[in-house]
Design a protein around this ligand. Structure first.
Ligand code: SF4
Ligand code: SF4
Length: 137
């Protein structure tokens, strides 16, 4: 079974809970992250871009090559810790080859709602199997 992660960008609030859940689960050093949150805005963390009143601000969780693509454990219902800890339901995980998986069903749902699905370019050197869903881009 292959595994993929779907990020609903329109639900992401940039809270970093996914990243912290991963760090805590793996007891990682303070300065090490397998997943970080990129602010799409004015350049700094949580800084809006544009000029008032035409401001924009959103976040892209970025799964680095250090991400294990893990499946969590029984305490999370066998979903990855990042997915389990996201408070907004922005992350979905599952087998992209299985039409009945959570990943496939959510992807279809978002496509039906007019979301655009995309992946990071290769030069970003991110983990394979990560898809972004965005509406209004
Ligand atoms: S899939 Fe696993 S290793 Fe990767 S960010 Fe999520 S919890 Fe961390
Ligand atoms: S994916 Fe979820 S947990 Fe991660 S920053 Fe976005 S809203 Fe927070």
């Amino acid at each position: 079974m292959s595994c993929a992660t779907l990020i609903d960008v329109n639900r992401c609030t940039g809270c970093w809970t996914c990243s912290m859940g991963c760090k805590n689960a793996y007891d990682m050093p303070l300065d090490e992250y397998r997943l970080f949150i990129r602010t799409i805005g004015g350049g700094g963390i949580d800084q809006a871009g544009g000029e008032w009143p035409n401001l924009y601000l959103k976040w892209h969780p970025v799964f680095t090559k250090k991400c294990l693509g893990c499946r969590g454990d029984s305490t999370t219902g066998n979903v990855p810790y990042c997915v389990f800890n996201c408070p907004t339901g922005a992350l979905t995980w599952g087998d992209p080859e299985d039409p009945a998986s959570g990943f496939s069903k959510r992807k279809e749902e978002l496509l039906d709602q007019g979301f655009h699905i995309w992946q990071q370019p290769e030069w970003e050197e991110t983990r394979d199997g990560v898809f972004y869903a965005e509406k209004g881009i």
